[in-house]
Write a protein that binds this ligand. Structure first.
Ligand SMILES: [Zn+2]
Length: 314
């Protein structure tokens, strides 16, 4: 019985408090138009309360709400500051590093928050297709040197090709932060520029069948298949027989090869596993053709024509 009485008294108390609260908030609502403002107070333990106040400074608001700071506590913003409607007062430990939350409405802090958000900006990925020009190569062709005209002649004009490159691009805040190439596709092959260089002196002046014009193509030599022929110092192969290369060295079997000018003199080539040095040129030696120097015409004939992988040795 006693317990029941106690319970009913408690219920009465709660009702009374509720009614008072409703009245107060009613007055509050009515008074909003005057000077009252909504202030949120966050206590150190995380408890949040919203109060209506007409007071100007944080000190006064804390007093009004019977909130007493202990020695180790401070407020954000500072106790002496005036507050506007919507201000959040945070009660924190004095060691608390004042960051942004309580000061969002202040201008200086806004940038900090923005920066903070930037760091967490989501990364977006896009597949981007770009058209890229493929520059043409210039190939020089040594003429047989039968006339005195020393001017170079353009046999074919070069034209850039086009390739389509697909990238995966990562953006953060619309700023590109990573670009990975996924694939590329040649839309248009470049047309190589072919220049005929009239040289009176070439040790490998092509004659007979070697002078027949051929389709010229070039590309990097790494592991590419080249048409490999052989030549000796005889007049059939070289038009002369002094055995001096275009580079000025003495042609040596097992080392000397004639290659197009896309390989500078002295370039070391791995041809099917053996090392040779580009020391010579030849009228018909251009593009994907290489001529290997051998000691006798019989050996050159025996070699015939072979198609072998060639790569540059760095
Ligand atoms: Zn020969």
């Amino acid at each position: 019985m006693k317990n029941q009485e106690k319970a009913s008294i408690s219920i009465m108390k709660i009702l009374c408090v509720s009614i008072i609260l409703i009245l107060i908030s009613g007055i509050g609502v009515m008074a909003v138009n005057t000077n009252l403002k909504d202030i949120k107070i966050i206590l150190q333990n995380g408890y949040e309360m919203t109060v209506l106040t007409s007071k100007a400074t944080i000190n006064e608001i804390l007093d009004e709400n019977n909130i007493i700071l202990n020695e180790n506590q401070k407020t954000i913003p500072e106790e002496t500051e005036e507050v506007k409607a919507g201000t959040i007062i945070k009660i924190v430990d004095k060691s608390y590093n004042e960051v942004q939350i309580a000061k969002v409405s202040e201008q200086g802090a806004e940038t900090t928050l923005e920066e903070l958000l930037n760091n967490y900006a989501p990364i977006t990925e896009k597949i981007v297709v770009e058209q890229v020009e493929i520059p043409y190569e210039t190939i020089t062709k040594n003429s047989t040197g039968t006339n005195d005209d020393t001017e170079n002649k353009v046999l074919q004009n070069g034209e850039n090709g086009i390739k389509e490159v697909t990238y995966k691009v990562k953006y953060q805040n619309e700023v590109e932060i990573e670009k990975i190439q996924l694939s590329e596709k040649v839309i248009k092959e470049p047309v190589n520029k072919i220049v005929q260089v009239n040289k009176k002196i070439t040790s490998r002046a092509g004659t007979t069948s070697r002078t027949t014009p051929s389709t010229v193509t070039t590309s990097s030599a790494n592991g590419q298949i080249y048409k490999i022929t052989a030549y000796c110092p005889c007049s059939k192969c070289c038009g002369k027989s002094n055995g001096i290369t275009a580079m000025g060295t003495r042609a040596t079997a097992g080392r000397t090869v004639a290659a197009s000018s896309k390989f500078t003199f002295g370039t070391k080539l791995n041809i099917n596993g053996r090392t040779y040095v580009v020391e010579d040129r030849g009228g018909a030696i251009n593009g994907n053709k290489i001529d290997i120097f051998v000691n006798s015409h019989a050996e050159a004939l025996a070699w015939g024509v072979r198609y072998l992988p060639v790569s540059v040795i760095n």
